[in-house]
Design a binder for this molecule. Structure first.
Ligand code: UDP
Length: 326
């Protein structure tokens, strides 16, 4: 009998790549999603596989599952600023109530659980790059507060289940990640810029573009998560690519890559937009023997190839971010 894995948020960007990985490693995968931001087209290629099943369910409500469970990967959550603005209450509930349900299920099944945390727990960081030991600089009542605080609560609850119930737990802090199956209209910078370039529009750079991010290709991230799950380390681990770039230079890279003839236009910087972000991956390197292997040039090439497969209708379905100046 193959081991059984529950993946919450399975129809999302990262969840669907986790489904691919665990199916290819021979696991039985139970994919759960309420489809509020996920899309079945990300996992439909598994639907005829008897090792794969899909359950439409909101994990903020009690979860009932028959049979044994060996692992749970909790990836259900909206994860882009456009979503936090539109559905802040669901965002808070899935990482608080949803995590409570996931941990309760893990306890009942004696399953090991890995929860998806985020670099957002560091807020607008005053320490650079960010090591796991940094406690962060978060505005609880700003536009990102619903996400950041829910994820911080999720980490605390996970540690409490680890301590009180001796549950086997893992916490990954995910930094900006990109790749195929990102939602074109999720408002995040990479799909925004690529979509704009492919439609022949100007690229909307927020602020002066001097803020930085460090982008990790999805395959590297999935490898890091896989190694963390099977390690014995239960404190948070940063997984991300330390190759940092300003948003302005990133926009110029996208213009060059897509051969777009358009330009950058400056828009107001959204409130609480972190000024810089780069993971310190010392722990991942030493404990998981992991570091990213895919350069931004290569990752962007693969991601652009994916976006080019979208239909014109999909490409034109854009949504604009609430330009909430700070
Ligand atoms: N950004 C931008 N133009 C856009 C979307 C985002 O300049 O159309 C900037 C945004 O202000 C931020 C960075 O790109 O500084 C990354 O934004 P994203 O929403 O992708 O993720 P974040 O890391 O801020 O959560």
């Amino acid at each position: 009998m193959s081991k059984r894995v529950l993946i919450t948020g399975a129809a999302g960007f990262l969840g669907s790549h986790l489904c691919d990985r665990f199916i290819s490693e021979g696991y039985t995968v139970i994919a759960m999603d309420n489809l509020i931001t996920g899309d079945l087209k990300n996992i439909h290629h598994h639907f005829n596989n008897p090792q794969f099943s899909f359950v439409q369910h909101d994990v903020s409500k009690h979860i009932t599952l028959e049979g044994s469970l060996d692992y749970i990967l909790h990836f259900a959550s909206p994860a882009s600023p456009i979503d936090y603005l539109k559905i802040p209450i669901q965002t808070l509930k899935v990482s608080s109530l949803g995590t409570h349900n996931v941990l309760g299920l893990a306890k009942a099944k004696r399953a090991r659980v890995l929860v998806a945390s985020t670099s957002e727990v560091y807020g607008d960081p005053q320490i650079h790059p960010q090591p796991e030991s940094y406690w962060g600089h978060v505005n609880p009542v700003g536009p990102r507060g619903c996400y950041d605080e829910a994820k911080r609560f999720m980490e605390a609850l996970t540690m409490a289940y680890n301590n009180v119930h001796q549950l086997e737990t893992r916490i990954v802090r995910i930094f900006n990640t990109y790749g195929p199956r990102m939602r074109l209209n999720d408002g995040r910078v990479l799909p925004a810029f690529i979509g704009q370039a492919l439609r022949g529009e100007n690229l909307t750079m927020f602020g002066d573009g001097h803020q930085t991010r460090s982008f990790c290709y999805v395959d590297d991230l999935i490898e890091g998560i896989y190694r963390l799950l099977f390690s014995s380390y239960n404190l948070p681990v940063n997984i991300g690519n330390p190759d940092e770039i300003t948003i302005k230079d990133f926009a110029l890279e996208i213009l060059k890559l897509t051969e777009a003839k358009t330009q950058l236009i400056s828009m107001p910087l959204p409130a609480d937009d972190p000024k810089q972000r780069q993971p310190d991956i010392t722990i991942a390197k030493s404990i998981l023997h992991w570091e990213p292997t895919i350069s931004r040039a290569e990752g962007l090439k693969r991601t652009l190839a994916y976006f080019k497969t979208l239909t014109t209708v999909e490409l034109n379905k854009t949504e604009h971010r609430n330009f909430n100046a700070s």
